[in-house]
Design a protein around this ligand. Structure first.
Ligand code: SF4
Length: 485
C-alpha cells in the first residue's frame, strides 16, 4: 500500500465482511453462515467496485483509519485483506500513521492468520472474546473456550502493537461478584483497550424467543445498572476510563476509528452491512441501505435513507412486506427527522387502510381508507427500491429465463395500480420492456435488460441484468442517474 502525505482531516473506511462460522443466539447483525464456503474472489471484486464508486462520488481524501468489521473478518484470507487495502490505497491517500483494525474470533485457526494480516498492513486487532468463563461462552453460543481466547490474546500481543478485546456482561444469572472477578482478570490481559458491552435482547434472535418464553433469566434494570457502575469504577481505577459508551482505553490509546465516529468526521462504508457518512457537494450524505429477504412465505424489503445538510437532517426508514403473489401485507414508513411522522398501510377487509401519526401539522392519529386492493404497488417519495419491485412483478408476469438470459415480450405494457402514501394519492402506471441493450458502466460494457416505467410524474428507465439485479436507473424528469453496484 502506498503512503502519501496530504490532508490531515480524519477520514475512515469501514469494511463489512458479513460471514460467521455460526450465528450467536444474541446477535442481530447482518451476519450469515455459509456451510458451502464463500467465493472470496467475487466478494473482493465487489468491494473493489464499491470502493471505486465511493471514490468517484467524494473525490480525494486521506484515510486515517480502516476497520474490518463483521460478521467475522478473520475468516478472510490475508490476501483478500491485502487486496481490499490495495483497492483503498488506489483511490485515496493513506495517512502515514494510519490505524488498520481487524475484528477477529479468538479461535486457534484464526489466530494462525495473524501474521498474514500483519504482513498485509493490519496493525490492530479486536478480538471477540465475550467471556472468560467456559459455561458462559457455551450459553452465548461461542465456539472457543476461555483458554483458547486467552491464547489468541497472547498471540495478538506478540504480533500487533495494539490490540483490544470485547466482553459481554449483564449475562443471564451473572452476579456483580462474578463480573468483578472476570473484569479484573480481563484488565490484566488487556494492554490498553477493552470493549465492554451489556447484553441486550434483540428482536427476532433466539435469545428473544427464550426471553419471551421465560427461559432466560436476564438481570433486572437495577442489577444491570449496578453492573454498569461497577464496570466504570473498576476500569477507571485500572486507568482504562470509558471514552464512549462501551469502550475503555488508557488515555491516548483510544481506537481512532471510534473517535472518527464519535467526533462526527466522515467515513465511507463498504460491504453489504456497512454504513457511511460522507460530505458530497457541501451536503452531509449517509448511505441508502436496503435489504431484500425472500422466502416461500413472501418478501420483506427494507430501506433506510439518511441525509444531513446543516441542521436539516432527514432520516427515513421503510419496510414493505409482500405475500408470495406480490400483494401488500404491510408497508411501514417512519421519519425520525425532521419530523416524527409515521405511516402504516395494511389491508383492512378488501381495501387498504393508511394509519398516519406524528406529522408536525397533525393533532391526532388518523386513518385514511384507500379504495385500492392489496395488489396495489407502493411507491414512496424516496426509495428507488419500490420501483425495482414493480419491474420484478412485470418480469414474473411476462418474462422467462432461457439459457441464462431474460426474455420478455417487447412493446407490451403491463399496467399496475400504485399508491403513494406520503402524497395520499394513487395512480395507474405501466411497465414496458424495451429490449436488451449494451450499457457502459464504469468503463465496462454490459448487456442489460431495459425497462421503462411510465407514470404521470414522468418516466423512469431501469436496467437489470439476467440475475434480475438492478444496475442502473435514469429519471428523465430531473436527469438523475443512479448506478448500483
Ligand atoms: S461472531 Fe459476531 S457477528 Fe458473528 S454471529 Fe456472533 S456476534 Fe454476530
Amino acid at each position: 500500500m502506498m503512503i502519501n502525505m496530504t490532508s490531515t482531516v480524519p477520514f475512515a473506511v469501514y469494511v463489512h465482511w458479513p460471514f460467521c462460522l455460526s450465528k450467536c443466539p444474541y446477535c442481530d447483525f447482518n451476519s450469515h453462515v455459509r456451510h458451502g464456503g464463500v467465493d472470496e474472489e467475487r466478494f473482493i471484486h465487489a468491494f473493489e467496485t464499491e470502493i471505486a464508486a465511493t471514490a468517484e462520488h467524494i473525490g480525494s481524501r486521506t484515510v486515517s483509519s480502516i476497520f474490518f468489521g463483521g460478521g467475522t473478518p478473520s475468516l478472510m484470507q490475508p490476501q483478500s485483506v491485502q487486496a481490499i487495502l490495495d483497492a483503498i490505497a488506489k483511490q485515496w491517500s493513506i495517512a502515514p500513521d494510519i490505524e488498520i483494525t481487524l475484528e477477529a474470533n479468538p479461535t486457534s485457526v484464526e489466530a494462525t492468520r495473524f501474521r498474514g494480516y500483519r504482513a498485509a498492513g493490519v496493525n490492530r486487532v479486536s478480538l471477540g472474546v465475550q467471556a472468560l468463563d467456559d459455561t458462559a461462552l457455551k450459553e452465548l453460543g461461542r465456539l472457543h473456550s476461555a483458554q483458547e481466547a486467552l491464547d489468541a490474546v497472547a498471540g495478538a500481543r506478540s504480533i500487533f502493537a495494539r490490540y483490544s478485546f470485547d466482553l459481554i456482561y449483564a449475562r443471564p444469572c451473572q452476579t456483580a461478584e462474578q463480573w468483578s472477578v472476570e473484569l479484573k482478570r480481563a484488565i490484566g490481559e488487556a494492554a490498553e483497550h477493552l470493549s465492554l458491552y451489556q447484553l441486550t435482547i434483540e428482536p427476532e434472535t433466539p435469545f428473544a424467543g427464550l426471553h419471551a418464553a421465560g427461559k432466560l433469566a436476564m438481570p433486572d434494570d437495577d442489577l444491570a445498572r449496578d453492573l454498569y457502575d461497577l464496570t466504570q469504577g473498576v476500569c477507571a481505577e485500572a486507568g482504562l476510563p470509558a471514552y464512549e459508551i462501551s469502550n475503555h482505553a488508557r488515555p491516548g490509546a483510544e481506537c481512532r476509528h471510534n473517535l472518527i465516529y464519535w467526533r462526527g468526521h466522515e467515513y465511507a462504508g463498504v460491504g453489504p452491512g456497512a454504513h457511511g457518512r460522507l460530505n458530497i457537494d457541501g451536503r452531509r450524505v449517509a448511505t441508502e441501505t436496503f435489504s431484500i429477504q425472500q422466502n416461500p412465505s413472501g418478501s420483506v424489503i427494507t430501506s433506510q435513507f439518511k441525509t444531513e445538510e446543516g441542521v436539516d437532517k432527514a432520516v427515513q426508514n421503510s419496510e414493505l412486506q409482500l405475500a408470495p403473489n406480490g400483494d401488500i401485507r404491510k408497508y411501514e414508513w417512519k421519519e425520525q427527522s425532521p419530523g416524527k411522522a409515521q405511516a402504516t398501510v395494511a389491508p383492512s377487509n378488501e381495501y387498504l387502510m393508511e394509519h398516519v401519526s406524528g406529522a408536525p401539522d397533525q393533532k391526532a392519529p388518523e386513518d385514511q381508507p384507500f379504495l385500492l386492493p392489496a395488489s396495489t404497488s407502493v411507491l414512496d417519495d424516496y426509495f428507488f427500491i419500490h420501483r425495482e419491485v414493480l419491474v420484478w412483478r412485470f418480469m414474473a408476469t411476462a418474462c422467462k429465463q432461457e439459457k441464462g438470459e431474460v426474455q420478455c415480450p417487447v412493446n407490451q405494457k403491463i399496467q399496475f395500480g400504485s399508491m403513494n402514501p406520503h402524497q395520499r394519492s394513487s395512480q395507474p402506471l405501466s411497465v414496458e420492456f424495451i429490449g436488451r441493450e449494451k450499457v457502459n458502466l464504469k468503463g465496462a460494457d454490459k448487456e442489460l435488460n431495459k425497462f421503462v416505467l411510465h407514470s404521470e410524474g414522468g418516466d423512469w428507465s431501469l436496467w437489470l441484468d439476467d440475475q434480475f439485479k438492478l444496475q442502473r436507473i435514469l429519471v428523465s424528469v430531473d436527469n438523475t442517474e443512479v448506478i448500483r453496484d
